[in-house]
Design a protein around this ligand. Sequence first.
Ligand code: SF4
Length: 203
Amino acid sequence: MMTITYEASGRDGLYINLTNRCPCNCTFCLRNHADGVYGSDSLWLDHDPSLEEICESIDQRDLKQYREVVFCGYGEPMERLDVLLKVAAYIKKRQPVKIRINTNGLADLIYGERTAPKLKGLIDVVSISLNATNAEEYQKIVRPSFGAGSFDAMLAFAKDCVRFVPEVVMTVVDVVTSPEEQEKSRQICESIGATLRVRPYEE
Ligand code: SF4
């Protein structure tokens, strides 16, 4: 059976695994050496779940129990933006719970258009992987399939999100960034209007 929604031990959110697709190949990606996160079942999907399958999985959960619902999983959730927005609307209709997307921030490159305006009114928090303080480092760590313009596109998306989403967080992983880079990351976030979160590497 596929894991479409899951809980993570020690956390009070409900997580949604929309797809295993992702245009990146981050050096630290969990998909390279694990099956799940925080004690979840395997997050490998044998197909992208349909809207019906996702809603069915949500219906089996008591949404009142969770502090937030997070589009996350083993892949880039914004690869399925249409479905993601429909699922977010489905959840909001049932329970006014906070909804977050964890993303690599490259959706504008995936679709060739601005995507942040579509999040308005449905998504409460966008958490974007910043991962580096310049384009060159970003290419080395994230290895996106879009090439050299990816870092700037990610920053432009983050800036755009600040206009349409109440809370924008940008993350760096502690083990792949030095204290100096973390400080620089903080400055980048400040200039954008986002909040930096230095997150621990998850094994
Ligand atoms: S963006 Fe996320 S899912 Fe994609 S390769 Fe990087 S860590 Fe893995």
